[in-house]
Design a protein around this ligand. Structure first.
Ligand SMILES: C[S@@+](CC[C@H](N)C(=O)[O-])C[C@H]1O[C@@H](n2cnc3c(N)ncnc32)[C@H](O)[C@@H]1O
Length: 384
């Protein structure tokens, strides 16, 4: 069986969560740095990572790594890679990438050089003139950091945050991968009550429900790698089948509940949950935060309240004060709050047990984590 270098990218702050996910899937990590995690695996592993990783951005087939300080070096190194083994005559191969702290700092210039080197290599090997590029997609990706160039083929195509269940979103939707990272970082499990009082389109709760049922997040979408000629379709079919078999559809989490002031958003949250196949285990209700209450003794609040950067009209600071007052009353609960507001703790009125920088769609946020006590054994959050 052929072995590949598989490179998985993550947003800032999530690399360790992806590593944890990979270890749980029994992979050994070859290398992890700068938002990239590398493993070695088969074509089946490439498919498995796309289907099952909850917090990764994209899964790549790594093609090469070298140092280049000028365009000649870049061109020569790219041209010598075995492009004709992976891109067929009709294949479409857009090039995108990024560069930082390097001599080759102009991304458009690097894009053109790389495109030219791939075209020259393919034309020489395929022995044809102009390449039609009207076939399947083979997206080429490059990353240059401190003059080290990594070249890879993007097997995800569309970013992995696009699960396929969310067709409508509120004004400030949370990326699905960030929502999954919040749930995994909180260490919530299905035996605990979970509430999101600002649930919007339901992303956090849907990701939690998928996790509770061990449902692979990628089962409802397709991937660029599914059309690659050198990966047999059987590989993807088998990976999908195994992912389905690994899910635990009978799992009944204790309680997953979401509230929001916006009834229209809740309608789309219910539809999203339906598309994700978890609407039977999430309870949604229209309710302003000022009416948030619970009789459960133990539980988790994981939420992404409004914040000023994206939502203009809210008096968010006043809302954070209200949150602080209400949530502090639930002193046996744990709460996890993602916001871009840097002075959140001041308005909330309590310092977090721990905070962590996370990005949501390019916006720098803090994930404020307030740990509650563990329930005494046998007490799992049922009504008092
Ligand atoms: C940042 S968005 C949450 C996005 C959500 N995580 C998602 O996946 O779509 C904040 C949400 O808070 C809701 N909201 C604003 N003020 C509220 C209030 N006073 N009570 C309850 N919900 C409120 C908004 O309707 C919005 O859906």
């Amino acid at each position: 069986m052929r072995e590949y270098k598989i490179m998985i990218t993550t947003t800032f702050g999530v690399e360790s969560v992806v590593k944890h996910e990979l270890r749980k899937l029994n992979y050994e990590i070859d290398r992890a740095e700068n938002g990239r995690v590398e493993i070695t695996g088969s074509a089946g592993d490439l498919a498995r990572c796309n289907l099952r990783l909850r917090t990764a951005e994209r899964v790549y087939l790594k093609l090469g790594e070298f140092t280049a300080r000028d365009f000649d070096e870049l061109y020569e190194n790219i041209r010598t890679l075995p492009w004709a083994d992976i891109i067929p005559y009709r294949g479409e191969f857009p090039v995108r990438g990024k560069s930082s702290r390097s001599e080759l700092h102009s991304v458009p210039a690097c894009q053109s050089i790389i495109k030219k080197a791939v075209v020259d290599s393919l034309q020489q090997k395929h022995g044809q003139g102009r390449l039609p590029e009207d076939g399947s997609l083979y997206p080429v990706f490059f990353s240059i950091l401190d003059d080290r160039v990594i070249v890879a083929l993007d097997s995800s195509g569309t970013g992995l945050h696009k699960r396929g269940y969310r067709q409508e979103a509120g004004e400030a939707p949370l990326q699905e991968t960030t929502a999954a990272a919040m749930v995994l970082l909180s260490r919530w499990d299905r035996d605990r009550v979970l509430m999101d009082p600002f649930c919007g389109s339901g992303t956090i709760l849907i990701e939690a429900a998928l996790l509770a049922r061990k449902q692979a997040p990628g089962l409802k979408r397709s991937f660029a790698g599914e059309n690659w000629f050198f990966l047999p379709p059987k590989t993807w079919r088998q990976a999908r089948k195994k992912a389905r078999q690994a899910s635990w559809l009978e799992a009944e989490p204790r309680l997953i509940a979401g509230y929001d002031i916006d009834g229209e958003l809740l309608k789309s949250a219910r539809e999203n949950a339906g598309r994700a196949g978890v609407d039977d285990i999430i309870h949604f209700q229209e309710r302003p935060f000022r009416e948030f209450s619970t009789s459960r003794k133990y539980g988790y609040v994981i939420t992404n309240p409004p914040y000023g950067v994206r939502l203009k009209s809210q008096n968010v600071r006043e809302l954070y004060r209200e949150m602080g007052e209400k949530l502090r009353e639930l002193n046996t609960w744990s709460y996890y709050i993602l916001t871009a507001e840097k002075e959140f703790e001041k308005y909330f009125g309590k310092k977090a047990s721990k905070r962590r920088k996370l990005y949501n769609g390019g916006i720098e946020c803090q994930f404020y984590q307030y740990y509650g006590p563990w329930p005494p054994s046998g007490d799992d959050g049922s009504n008092e």
